[in-house]
Ligand binder design. Structure first.
Ligand SMILES: [Zn+2]
Length: 269
């Protein structure tokens, strides 16, 4: 009986070690799947017209003002990061390269953590009419879209449209008519200013779009990757790579394509 007890104890101990190892494995695979956070240096390279440089704790804008990188909160939930992102939070989820091989996980939302003070500084505050002074209309296939001239966004979208126009008709038809670009509004689920409020985002043809809030059946995408690839090459991230998917949505976020944040695979643009 006594030896039985010892045997049971050993089994329990082995089970505990096994669980512990499994726990570590999960943790490490989660870290590997998330990838590395992007360096704050990527912001300086991505927004050279606005940012002059940085020190250890903040970025320095060309007008001499400074913004801190971290809000000092280390235990923020996913929801808190969505609603109140620091610059560090903004850089915490890397954007996956290439076509997706499987649907994004529920918290794979690279680019949805946005620090509003930062984007207000870069593009202006539309409630004060600042953003509007920097907008222009560009042709978008059968119509026009209103976008910002800041950071060359308008010129980049002109180039995107020209490249999409060279694709076969059954592919390029997904890109137009546009469902809108500049719009001084907030994101539905977060209540925070959308990239549309800066004139730095565009929505494609709603007839082929899927949005997580309207689609309870889970992830679906009908936008061909040929279109996505063109946008990405010009510095735009795609809402189809989000767990909270919005497949007609593209926004200019060059910090996610910084060559310095991935030594192995350099971005070509
Ligand atoms: Zn959108």
């Amino acid at each position: 009986m006594a030896s039985h007890g010892i045997e049971n104890e050993r089994i329990v101990r082995l089970q505990k070690i096994g669980l512990l190892l499994a726990g570590f494995e999960l943790l490490f695979s989660a870290i590997a799947a998330r990838g590395q956070a992007i360096s704050p240096d990527a912001l300086i390279r991505a927004y050279p017209d606005q940012i002059a440089g940085r020190d250890d704790t903040g970025i320095i804008f060309r007008d001499g003002t400074r913004q801190i990188l971290s809000d000092g909160k280390t235990d923020k939930s996913f929801d808190e990061k969505l609603k109140n992102a620091s610059l560090i939070d903004q850089l915490s989820l890397p954007y996956p390269k290439g076509a997706l091989t499987k649907p994004p996980g529920p918290q794979d939302d690279p680019g949805r953590f946005r620090n509003i003070a930062f984007f207000d500084k870069v593009y202006g505050d539309c409630d004060k009419g600042e953003t509007q002074k920097r907008l222009t209309d560009i042709p978008w296939f059968t119509g026009k879209v209103r976008v910002t001239t800041v950071n060359g966004v308008a010129e980049r979208l002109r180039a995107v449209a020209m490249e999409i126009d060279r694709l076969p008709q059954d592919i390029k038809r997904h890109a137009y008519p546009s469902a809108g670009a500049f719009n001084c509004r907030v994101v539905k689920d977060t209540g925070k200013r959308s990239m549309h409020a800066y004139g730095a985002a565009i929505d494609l043809n709603t007839a082929f779009s899927d949005y997580w809030l309207w689609r309870k059946a889970g992830y679906r995408n009908r936008i061909p990757y040929e279109i996505v690839e063109i946008f990405e090459r010009h510095g735009f991230i795609w809402g189809g790579k989000w767990g909270h998917f919005d497949t007609m949505h593209f926004e200019y976020r060059p910090e996610f394509f910084d060559p310095g944040s991935d030594e192995k695979e350099q971005h070509s643009d």
